[in-house]
Write a protein that binds this ligand. Sequence first.
Ligand code: ATP
Length: 297
Amino acid sequence: MANGLTMDLAASSESLALMSVLGVTVRFGGILALDAIEFDVARGQICGLIGPNGAGKTTLFNCMNRLYHYQSGDILFEGQSIKGTPTHQVARLGMGRTFQNLAIFRSMPVRDNVLVGAHSRSFCGFLSSALRLPRVQAEERRLRERADEIMDYLGLSPFRDRLVGDLPFGTQKRVELGRALAADPKLLMLDEPAAGLNHEELDALAQLIRDLRDRLKITVLLVEHHMSLVMGVSDHIVVLNFGRKIAEGPPGLIQSHPDVIEAYLGAQSARTAHTQAADPRPAALDYGTGGSHGQVA
Ligand code: ATP
């Protein structure tokens, strides 16, 4: 009985972590970009990953996507190491991603961009696709319906036939999100989704991120410099600085954490000194490339 209970507890605590980062270390020549980083991304939560410029956030995303190799440590997705998974199969595990610099096909229509995401989880092989076997046609229909659903969900249907390059930046970002969502991810990794958005688009983005968690049951890992967005939507926040994890916890704790304040103020004063050397006017309060919205406390 006691053993059964212990096993149940172990199983349930295991399933809480959708992804576990276990001592991940990455070096680029002499630069230690990530130094034994450890944390869990809990299933069903929005986890913010923040830190000043150069902290290692994108490097960690690239490790999770298998774009970069880590020299030591491991990353588990649903309890399994991703070390042996080739980059092109990461989407099949259930990980979707958007990029700092949009990864979309600007000369293709919106619908085709979203379809690219749906195809990344299609299981029809090259030969059956080339022969247009009936099951391929059924699968193609299913993927097109899925792409239509995603475009409706993101308000992209009116633009379905427009070339992505002709659309405003905020809409292009939604197309990229649509591509990632069309692959039905369990974990959606958003790399600076707020960058370049206006106030209205920011409010809509915050609502959308919450909706992804609450209605679509997607776990979200969010890299963002826009502090009010991260603090407003995240259940849990991990803070990196110079490749090290310096804090993690709920937003309230992170906002008042002395090491986090120190890290951001250090980055701020370095930038201020640099800016003032070039331009003696007072610098705007700014915690990163994301713009002037950053606020730690
Ligand atoms: P930002 O907020 O500016 O995007 P970041 O937290 O995402 O920064 P990274 O881009 O991960 O930080 O960079 C971490 C460190 O690793 C930096 O010192 C960066 O110069 C270095 N770095 C990242 N990618 C490479 C690479 N491919 N080759 C060499 N150095 C790299």
